[in-house]
Design a protein around this ligand. Sequence first.
Ligand code: GCO
Ligand code: MG
Length: 407
Amino acid sequence: MKITDARVVVTSPGRNYVTLIIETEDGVSGLGDATLNGRELAVTSYLRDHVCPLLIGRDARRITDTWSYLYKGAYWRRGPVTMTAIAAVDVALWDIKGKAAGLPVYQLLGGAARDGAMVYCHASGSTLDELSRDVQDHLDQGYLAIRAQAAIPGLVKTYGIAKASDKADGRIYEPASGALPQEDTWETGAYLDFAPQMMAHLRHEFGYGLHLLHDVHHRLTPIEAGRLGAALEPYRLFWLEDPTPAEDQSAYRLIRQHTTTPIAVGEVFNSIWDCQQLITERLIDYIRTSVAHAGGITHLQKIFALADLYGVRSGSHGPGDLSPVAMAAALHVDLTIPNFGLQEYMGHRPEAAEVFGTAYTFADGYMHPGDQPGLGVTFDEQAAARYPYEPRYLPVNRRLDGSVHDW
Ligand code: GCO
Ligand code: MG
């Protein structure tokens, strides 16, 4: 089954997405998500200029061989741009394999190990009352797990808070904005005082019958993270996400010494090597690598298999800045692995539905990838052309003294 065409489409239905389309000689085609927020055109060029020409004439059925050819063959290994490009090829080839076999991808990965994947949504508020209303709204929609973020009193702007006008239109929070990065502010002391109050408020309002999560977005030092984890213990979080920048994996030893709050890390990782120490030393509880940024289905399966040996569960990244192609691929993996933990689901802005058709479903807190052959996602190139690429950047974060902080 020779590959006859591989092309990349950049489109911005509500936000930028990069989609790889691979076609084969017998008419079966596959989709891969190559979106890397704020660096979309770098992956586009990597694919268009350096990968697509190599794919023509290759056998689309040889997924592992193609993965190794692109990873080892480039000589320059890892890195978000490389691994996002390889992921897009890998996911498109799994899509093709499923369509050729007439089976949904999850059947090829071993079949369903569960009936559905529990997902968590995002709730936010510029005040605690607004946060409560958003949590209630998501509980009414059937969610069983909710990530909660609220504006920190005293700071001009806090990440992860949807605008009230966007919420009213059913639009999700979108952190990337503007042709140049916007600048946000941060002060750790104010946050460390506020975060436990926020969780106390939510447990007081909603009790313990829902799963609550919170994302720290890599902003603390290890000892600050230990202090926060300990302060949050009474509120029994499902997980505390990205407490410190995790390229320093051994820092998590210190966090572990101070708290039993479960820790989730990995959305900015792109290979199994980034996770190795955290998993093998049991320094985290959930590994949050994404199918789009960590080498596709083939590599994600390896990461989750390593995690399973050490009692670490999956928690795949699933923000609105991964396209529905990545969301579907993540759900196919979620359904099959023994150590599934929880899947993030932010949803997409309404315009995205004009470009991407999806077979996945949500009911009572769980998602299912659907039973269409392949991934179950369609891509309308004409609709995509109506939404040309718009440069948009994630913000840069500064402390009150003006120094750059982690975003
Ligand atoms: C999450 C994330 C996102 C990221 C975004 C960056 O947990 O979903 O932290 O909101 O900020 O994916 O592109
Ligand atoms: Mg996060």
